[in-house]
Write a protein that binds this ligand. Structure first.
Ligand code: PMT
Length: 219
């Protein structure tokens, strides 16, 4: 199986020395890449900036901005069997990037932002991807309900939802606790290290992908 995984944060530049970003460490996405590579699957990891080592036997494309991540995904997605979008992609980016460092002057400064491209939301409709599609949902309330809306709107086979308001799980932590939301069922995976969870998720996603392939063969 060829699997594409996005991971880490994006960085949206404001001027030559400043950017907008978030608390994603990349650990969840890198753990998934390593888990699939250990199963001897072919893994392409597309990642925003992190402090992590690239897992062995993983092809790697570093990116910075949401637009760069979009372009890399659009280029490689058609060759993939499965795709897992774990990156914490900025939803907004500055309308313009100052060519010089912005000087301190007035008491307040307003940044104008515009929407970034929705990479997961483009996978089916724009990029024409027909493989097994997994999105993440970082929620602070109504976990299942919001994940199910994402599942349907973005044409995913599975959403891996995490409650990022809880201390000790989610962004920049060693552990996570996730709810897998699929069209017919929900599966709660208890709190565990991201590495253990990733192996469990790799097993489940590989099984689901095989079922999808078999269902297509029967058509
Ligand atoms: O990196 P870690 O520190 O280990 O933390 C892991 C994590 C908390 C970042 C991870 O488990 C997680 O929840 N990743 C998704 C974060 C996120 O941006 O969620 P969202 O609900 O805002 O986005 C929904 C989905 O759309 C995600 O699959 C996201 O990758 C994707 N997306 C979002 C915006 C955008 N412009 N393009 C996208 O593809």
């Amino acid at each position: 199986m060829k699997v594409l995984i996005t991971a880490g944060p994006t960085r949206e530049p404001i001027d030559p020395v400043r950017f907008l970003t978030n608390r994603s460490s990349g650990r969840m996405g890198y753990a998934l890449a390593e888990a699939f590579a250990r199963r001897e699957e072919q893994v392409l990891l597309i990642s925003g900036p992190t402090q992590l080592d690239i897992p062995d036997h993983v092809d790697f494309i570093p990116v910075e901005t949401a637009q760069e991540m979009y372009d890399a995904v659009a280029h490689y997605l058609p060759q993939m069997d499965a795709a897992i979008f774990c990156a914490a992609v900025a939803d907004y980016t500055p309308v313009s990037v100052a060519s010089q460092k912005i000087k301190k002057s007035a008491d307040t400064l307003t940044l104008e932002l515009k929407k970034t491209p929705d990479i997961l939301g483009s996978a089916r409709q724009v990029m024409g991807f027909r493989g097994y599609l997994v999105g993440f949902a970082a929620e602070t309330e109504n976990l299942e309900e919001n994940a199910r809306i994402k599942l349907e709107r973005k044409g995913c086979d599975m959403i891996i939802a995490n409650d990022v308001s809880q201390a000790g799980i989610g962004f920049d932590s060693a552990e996570n606790e996730v709810l897998l939301v699929e069209s017919a069922e929900n599966t709660a995976l208890p709190r565990d290290t991201k590495e253990h969870l990733a192996h469990h998720l790799a097993d489940i996603i590989s099984d689901r992908w095989l079922l999808k392939v078999k269902a297509r063969e029967l058509l």
